[in-house]
Write a new protein. Structure first.
Length: 373
């Protein structure tokens, strides 16, 4: 099963499955879709190995299983359509559904304007509606509902209220992500990201790099957490904290060992150890040293780079490497290198993602100097 198939199977229902849980036949489902009375499938995997959605268009999807995929919560909209048909007939059902959606959506937006974020194109400062802006938002939302957009991006698109909340949270995050903020504001921004993450779908692996989730949840969270970091050179008083971090790098050493090594290390030129702290707790370490050669111009080398296991994938390693690069430049080195074990494939992906390129594979040879031969 492809990664895309696994995602679609976990989060969506194919046509037959969706008809079954909606207690209708496939023919009845198609009639509702043709009359535009319910949301369209959020995804279509074609026989030509492409993935189609209203949001992202058509993208290559090799090895994916051809099918139409509906959000399971769209059964709610099937029930609403059936009720409208029963009450008003199929020809009048569209207008009835649209009118009901717009009224409820506008009421939900009014609540979001009061509680989450001011919608300045749709409401005045006193909360009274600006009809032109409010109507425009509502009609766009209705079209997105029918296109299957909300089934693609909202965790539970079961109501106008759920749709409005996600849309306004996204608008708020989008606006705030473009502004400057203080350290004191970061906790509330992280809480806002968490709230948005709760109501947002994870997106398919093909679309994720282009998604609002990557930009407004994962990337913005990393940016905020990076600003909570304090990075400074190590001092001998940090020995105990550094000793506790070393096992994550498959090394060990007591606080006294670290003190001894640190003292010896800094009798040598071109050596520095940067420590990263998050909320005053040691989060990562980067040791850089200069290597001067007769055969070439030399380089700076990262001899150790480690991040607390619980804090990995939060931008700390990238921030430490940035400090290492700046230090290397300040010391006159034009190249920054690091070495990594052949089996550390995840680490290799990280290094390449932040700009390093592989040069060569090599062996390390070692000989004991304290044994007479």
């Amino acid at each position: 099963m492809s990664e895309l198939d696994a995602y679609l199977t976990k989060h969506y229902l194919n046509t037959e499955q969706f008809a079954n849980v909606s207690n209708i036949t496939i023919k009845e489902l198609n009639e509702l879709l043709q009359a535009r009375l319910i949301p369209a499938p959020s995804y279509i995997v074609t026989a030509h190995s492409t993935l189609k959605s209203h949001v992202f268009g058509e993208m290559a999807a090799p090895s994916a299983t051809p099918a139409q995929y509906f959000h399971p919560d769209n059964t709610v909209w099937v029930m609403k359509a059936q009720q409208q048909i029963k009450t008003h007939g199929i020809h009048a059902a569209f207008e009835g559904l649209k009118e009901s959606f717009i009224l409820r959506f506008q009421a939900a937006l009014a609540e979001c304007n009061r509680r989450i974020w001011p919608l300045k194109d749709s409401f005045n400062e006193d909360g009274s509606p600006i009809h032109q802006g409010l109507d425009a938002r509502s009609h766009v939302a209705w079209e997105h509902l029918l296109y299957g957009t909300f089934g693609l991006c909202i965790t539970h698109p079961v109501s106008e209220e759920a749709i409005a909340e996600k849309e306004v949270l996204q608008e708020k995050l989008n606006d705030l992500s473009k502004t400057d903020f203080t350290a004191a504001e970061i906790p509330s921004l992280l809480a806002l990201i968490d709230a948005f993450a709760q109501v947002s779908m994870p997106f398919s692996p093909i679309e994720y790099p282009l998604s609002s989730r990557k930009r407004l949840i994962d990337d913005f969270r990393l940016r905020l957490k990076a600003q909570q970091l304090t990075i400074r050179p190590m001092s001998i008083s940090d020995a105990a904290a550094v000793s506790a971090l070393l096992p994550a790098l498959d090394y060990s050493g007591s606080p006294l060992d670290v003190e001894r090594r640190f003292t010896a290390l800094f009798t040598q030129p071109d050596q520095i150890v940067f420590l990263a702290f998050q909320n005053e707790q040691l989060a990562g370490l980067c040791h850089i040293q200069g290597v001067r050669l007769i055969a070439s111009d030399g380089y700076a080398e990262i001899s150790a780079l480690v991040v607390n296991t619980a804090l990995q994938r939060s931008g700390i390693g990238k921030a430490l490497v940035s400090h290492a690069k700046n230090w290397a430049q300040s010391q006159g080195y034009e190249r920054l290198r690091l070495r990594s074990g052949l089996r550390r494939e995840n680490a290799h992906l990280f290094y390449e993602a932040i700009g390093f390129s592989k040069k060569r594979a090599s062996y390390a040879f070692e000989i004991q100097t304290n044994i007479s031969s």
